[in-house]
Design a protein around this ligand. Structure first.
Ligand code: HAM
Length: 428
């Protein structure tokens, strides 16, 4: 018979399966938990949108829009793009559903897959995962700092240490107008190829982003935006720094930070991890003053972040962070007969309803095979059920860490397990 060829995942996608999916889940839930604890509420959006949303929202000069979008025509002839980031879609939804007519700021979080056709490498994928938040409708340093703190507290909760928060300000419209004039004058003295000159024409800041040595060198003496802030923008940026200090959140000011998306204004930030090599940005975000208007909505400002779940997983692994206890199974049951299988299934069902994490051996296994499965499961306790156990209504509950066994009546299993787990782990 002809052998079918094996199908593999598309190039450059990240995927998680056991055991590593535990780390992914832990990281994602920690990030989401931090957002929820600050009153952010779920917004669940489509993974594909009208292509114009990203062209207009993310910016025509960005790598994301010019080179990295997965764009296709759907069956109705519409141009559709797989979302490369989350902010534009959130703004589209806020405008479309008038969410900004209620109480401000609108505070939402999201989590899911994003798509950029980048050259794959460690920590850079074509499908990757983000947890993001957006706070829309308020332009106060307090909310800037809240957003940064949500990310910072999540990283702390994960146990990450080896990273730095970098911040900057891209100023208000007036600051940027003044600065852009100076920057354009500087750029006009450079000898640029046509494509680069075109990008610089749309957004001269993009040249700071260029990876080519000749452009990097040429931009070394370019004027710096932070030095052109109006007194109001300067005051806002100082206040952000003051409030971060108040919360004990350490940071460095990175005068040369350039975010890869065009919509940023005012406060911008990045979390950079030192154990990840080239793809060191574990999260980033900032304020976007004109985005909502640009997408046909009112002139409200907003601020948010996107944190890369994949890169946080790598960061946790680089720092040797251990998973918390709730990823570990409490009990593994090994039934030895057909009657025992039914009994084990019922026991497991009852114990699960009582809040315990329980799994059992399926199929026909020898005692040795069953115990091997118990061992592999990583469960804290195991027990074997055979005809003798059913007849006596009691089992030997084995502590898989110490090897000790305890005889327990089946009816007392739930209570005994809760007690033993409390004794070893404290209140969960
Ligand atoms: P971003 O800086 O483009 O911002 O992406 C945020 C994070 O997503 C990055 O710091 C990185 O951890 C992760 N990331 C980006 N691209 C990749 C990739 N190809 N592979 C793996 N991880 C990646 C945004 O997306 C903005 N929407 C954030 C934001 C929200 N700004 C305001 N609100």
């Amino acid at each position: 018979m002809a052998k079918f060829t094996q199908i593999q995942a598309p190039k450059g996608v990240s995927e998680y399966f056991p055991d590593r999916s535990n780390v992914f889940e832990f990281v994602r839930d920690c990030l989401i938990g931090s957002a929820k604890s600050a009153g952010y509420r779920l917004i669940e959006l489509p993974v594909f949108e009208d292509t114009d949303l990203f062209k207009r929202g993310v910016g025509e000069s960005t790598d994301v829009v010019t080179k990295e979008m997965y764009t296709f025509e759907d069956r109705g002839g519409r141009s559709i793009t797989l979302r490369p980031e989350g902010t534009a879609g959130v703004m589209r939804s806020v405008i479309e559903h008038n969410l900004d007519r209620g109480q401000l700021p609108v505070k939402v979080w999201y989590s899911g897959a994003f798509f950029r056709a980048e050259r794959p490498q460690a920590g850079r994928y074509r499908q990757f995962y983000q947890v993001g938040v957006e706070a829309i409708g308020l332009n106060d340093p307090e909310i800037d700092v809240e957003v940064i703190a949500v990310a910072e507290r999540a990283f702390q909760k994960l146990g990450l240490k080896n990273y730095t928060l970098e911040i900057t300000s891209l100023g208000d419209k007036q600051s940027r107008e003044l600065y852009t004039k100076e920057l354009r004058a500087y750029i006009s003295t450079l000898d640029l190829d046509e494509e680069t000159a075109r990008r610089a024409e749309i957004n001269p800041l993009r040249l700071f982003d260029d990876k080519r040595d000749e452009i990097k060198n040429a931009m070394r003496n370019a004027p710096i935006l932070l030095e052109y802030l109006t007194p109001e923008s300067e005051a806002q940026f100082s206040r952000v720094q003051e409030l971060l200090n108040d919360l004990g959140i350490s940071f460095v000011v990175n005068k040369r930070m350039v975010r890869g998306l065009d919509y940023y204004t005012g406060t911008a930030f990045e979390f950079v991890h030192h154990g990840l090599g080239a793809q060191s940005g574990i999260g980033g975000g900032g304020r976007y003053d004109g985005l909502m208007e640009q997408l046909g909505g009112s002139a409200l400002s907003g601020i948010g972040f996107g944190i890369g779940v994949d890169r946080c997983v790598l960061a946790c692994e680089a720092e040797g962070i251990e998973l918390p206890d709730h990823f570990i199974l409490d009990l593994f049951l090994v039934p030895m007969s057909s009657e025992a299988k039914a009994r084990a299934l019922k026991l497991a069902d009852g114990l699960r309803s009582a809040g315990l994490r329980v799994d059992l051996a399926y199929g026909d296994r020898s005692l040795k095979g069953g115990m091997k499965a118990a061992d592999k499961s990583g469960a804290r306790f195991s027990l074997v059920i055979g005809d003798d156990e059913i007849a006596s209504d009691s089992v030997a509950l084995k502590n898989m860490r110490t090897g000790e066994s305890l005889s327990v009546k089946m009816s007392a299993l739930e209570e005994t397990l809760h007690r033993l787990l409390r004794e070893t782990l404290g209140d969960r």
